[in-house]
Design a protein around this ligand. Sequence first.
Ligand SMILES: [Cu+2]
Length: 144
Amino acid sequence: MKRKKRIRRLVAALAVCAGALVVSSASAHGTAATLTIRHQLRGCHTWSFNAGPYKAAQSIQLSRGATLTVKNNDVMPHKLVRTSGPALQIRTPLMNHMGAVARVPFTKAGVYKFNTKPGEDYSWASQMKTKGEDNVLRLTVTVR
Ligand SMILES: [Cu+2]
């Protein structure tokens, strides 16, 4: 019985390693896990994970215990909203100035989904033009 357990653990460890290799571009080990929202002409806003490509939809992997930082450099406020997944507490979800930050500590494993609710352009940015419909920023976080 003992041996079986050890093998199962090894298999699980290997699976985690293989998973990490496949998603290495979108995974965070240790502390750095930052999504940055920017303004752009087409679609108004996108976000980037750890300096990766800017997209409207992001899918990332985090280790249990990690804290995700979301930084809003857009020209309008964004409120980070959890739409599914285990309950958690978002610290300062309303990012209502440039550089404002929300933090999400993940204490439980699971699959979480978030989006943001954008507000009106800041008054100084009200003349900024965009093309196309505004993107909805979506995020899936898989925590192991
Ligand atoms: Cu925007």
